[in-house]
Design a protein around this ligand. Structure first.
Ligand SMILES: *Cc1c(COP(=O)(O)O)cnc(C)c1O
Length: 669
């Protein structure tokens, strides 16, 4: 096909708004922001073809970062609003905190996610592209993102509204297509945007459709609906954000003419898609519609199950819609539970780890037979550091095609006795660690000091400050065994008062530290995001994960770490419970008894911090036996464990995960 034809065909399929004025220089010939345009034309045609039915993946959030993946280029200079801001550091090296901030030239992550759920959705869509599946993602264009985290000295986290510019974000384009959704009181108009998620080989794409209410002729209130992700301070706004995803998503698929066989609800947030599809159907037809819906539940935490009163639903939705919602989602008179609704309208439901399945069976005994599990994963190509890709390339006999077949990473076991491999593995890790030291150079990290990191969303059940519970113990370990470098990062939801308290406590404890910085360094980073996630999960020696079992449905950051040979120090929860038979680090802490869920507010801080310090002492001792001031014992058990981590990564990735979704949930060949 000629270049001219290709661009014409693209434009007939994807009606980019203001193409001539704004995008013609970035989308031309066979080029889409520096990527092949051909894949887009092929995917758009395929989604509209009647030959096969596609998968529509609905998610409130998507974690995608141009800095780590899909490096789109643009002829426009990078808009300052889309550049990573300067971030502060809060540490017990106060002079550095006072004089310096962290700079980066990176483009910000596409600011339409809050944490692990979004990152999982992003990794899933990338893997769908790698697998060349006929699939599309549906999400929301959050005009003010989630929020920007600012630390206020001795106060804690001050959430700031974030500003970014979607019109100049590389790879993101507005379409001329405007759809309308009908609510009880008003119609809301939504503009469609597109972002294309490429396979890592750049030979296929999955279109991501993003909905945006910030347009005329919407009322000011309606314009605000797609402003900030997870607004929970106003119940009607919270409800309408979910309605937009469900109703808007179905309208968008119709508008684009996509042929969809399976609607995958990534969390119950998206369940109103079923209500939109059920419009005008008779009851028996509605029952048949279930065959086309599947649902993944991501949390056992109470606050994760959305509930709305029928009164509130009736305020915004038409009676024909609330009738269906009540029929399938009533928990008790007057109250609807979106988790129940989602399970009742789906032909397959899954939890996201084996442990989580057990918890769901306790929480929803009536649905026991229906609830399966598919353990989450991470996209290997995204999260494996460049140094580790190069390492595996140096051993082609073992890792022949690890990029397209990450399951082959289990062959690392065969290289256990190969001292060349062991040495290079250590070097690859050290060179990642040197990158971290450079990034934090003003904070004088030492590449030969034991370094541990806790970084994730700050939520009570994740116990963010467990490692700081008894600072005196940390001081003693650092004096008796060797120096400790501790890195912490994470955002708390702006309306989560408990989460806020944790950040406050963290900063306060670090502030009160008066010990020798060379022995004990504690560094808290502002604005944890995907680019920090990638840097930290690949460069520290040990990844700390200490949720209160059984409330971590899966967790994924540890999976990013094992891809890079980073040891785990973890409670036994989520995916980790499936890996405890592997020597990939050290496990500790409270465990709920089988068949009971326990109390998510009884955090077992005293007992579990005791166990944490004992475990930390053991790992620190082994670390300094292995790395004696830069003199490395290649035969150390530490390196055996690094190798076991890589073997485990063969299982805990999105390729294994998608194979299971195909087989168990989507039921496609
Ligand atoms: C991976 C990731 C998470 C999820 O971490 P968990 O260990 O599952 O809590 C959250 N935020 C970011 C930025 C991530 O990259």
């Amino acid at each position: 096909m000629g270049k001219k034809n290709l661009i014409d065909e693209f434009y007939s399929l994807v009606q980019v708004d203001d193409y001539d004025g704004h995008y013609a220089k970035d989308i031309k010939d066979d080029d889409y922001f520096g990527m092949p345009l051909e894949c887009i034309v092929a995917a758009e045609k395929r989604m509209r073809s009647s030959a096969e039915r596609g998968i529509a993946y609905f998610s409130m959030e998507y974690g995608l970062a141009t800095s780590c993946y899909n490096k789109f280029s643009s002829h426009l200079p990078l808009n300052a609003a889309n550049q990573l801001p300067e971030n502060a550091v809060f540490s017990n090296f106060r002079v550095a905190d006072y004089f310096f901030v962290l700079h980066s030239d990176n483009v910000i992550d596409l600011p339409i996610y809050s944490g692990g759920l979004g990152v999982l959705a992003g990794d899933t869509v990338k893997t769908m592209a790698d697998y060349k599946l006929p699939a599309a993602g549906i999400g929301i264009l959050w005009n003010s993102g989630y929020f920007r985290q600012k630390f206020w000295f001795k106060y804690g986290q001050a959430p700031e509204k974030m500003r970014w510019d979607p019109h100049t974000y590389p790879g993101l384009v507005p379409l001329k297509n405007i759809i309308k959704i009908s609510l009880k009181q008003e119609d809301v108009y939504l503009r469609l945007w597109k972002y294309y998620v490429y396979s890592y080989k750049h030979d296929a794409v999955v279109p991501l459709i993003l909905l945006d209410s910030n347009i005329e002729p919407n009322s000011p209130r309606a314009k605000n609906l797609t402003d900030q992700l997870y607004r929970s301070d106003d119940v009607i706004l919270k409800l309408l954000q979910r309605v937009i995803l469900g109703f808007g998503g179905v309208s968008a698929l119709n508008e684009l003419g996509y042929n969809i066989g399976t609607h995958h609800l990534n969390e119950g947030h998206a369940v109103f898609a079923f209500i939109a599809k059920a419009r005008g159907l008779a009851n028996d037809e509605i029952d048949k519609l279930k065959d086309r819906f599947v649902y993944t539940c991501h949390t056992p935490v109470e606050a994760g199950h959305d509930r709305f009163s029928l009164d509130d639903l009736n305020k915004v939705l038409k009676k024909e819609d609330t009738d269906v919602i009540e029929r399938f989602g009533k928990e008790r008179p007057g109250l609807v539970n979106l988790t129940l609704l989602s399970m009742n309208i789906s032909s397959a439901t899954n939890a996201v780890s084996h442990n989580h399945q057990k918890v769901m069976h306790v929480q929803f005994p009536k649905y026991k037979d229906q609830i399966q599990y598919v353990t989450n994963g991470v996209h290997p190509y995204t999260w494996m550091s460049q140094k580790f890709k190069e390492l595996f390339e140096q051993f082609p006999a073992a890792f022949s095609n690890f990029k397209s077949n990450p399951m082959i990473l289990s062959k690392a076991a065969e290289l256990k006795a190969d001292s060349d491999f062991r040495g290079r593995l250590w070097q690859a890790h050290q060179s990642n660690k040197v990158d971290l030291c450079k990034f934090l150079d003003k904070w004088r990290l030492d590449k030969d000091s034991f370094t541990i990191c806790w970084a994730r969303r700050v939520a009570a059940y994740k116990r963010p400050s467990l490692i700081l519970h008894d600072i005196g113990r940390l001081v003693r370990i650092s004096e008796e065994i060797g120096p400790l470098q501790i890195i912490l990062a994470g955002k708390a939801h702006p309306n989560d008062n408990l989460g806020f308290t944790y950040i406050n406590e963290m900063l306060d404890k670090v502030d009160r530290l008066s010990e020798d910085y060379n022995k004990l360094k504690i560094i808290v980073l502002e604005n944890y995001d995907i680019s920090f996630g990638k840097l930290l999960t690949s460069s520290v020696d040990v990844w700390l994960n200490n949720p209160l079992p059984p409330f971590e449905a899966s967790g994924t950051s540890g999976m990013k770490a094992i891809l890079n040979g980073v040891l785990q120090m973890s409670t036994v929860d989520g995916w980790v419970a499936e890996a405890t038979d592997r020597p990939i680090g050290a496990f500790f802490g409270y465990q709920n008894s089988e068949g009971s869920v326990g109390n998510e507010f009884d955090l077992h801080m005293n007992e579990d911090s005791e166990e944490l310090y004992a475990t930390l002492s053991g790992l620190t001792r082994l670390y300094y036996k292995t790395n004696q001031r830069g003199k490395v014992d290649i035969s150390s058990e530490w390196i055996d464990m690094m190798i076991e981590c890589i073997c485990a990564a063969a299982q805990f990735n999105t390729y294994r995960m998608l194979d299971q979704y195909k087989h168990l949930i989507w039921k496609i060949a």
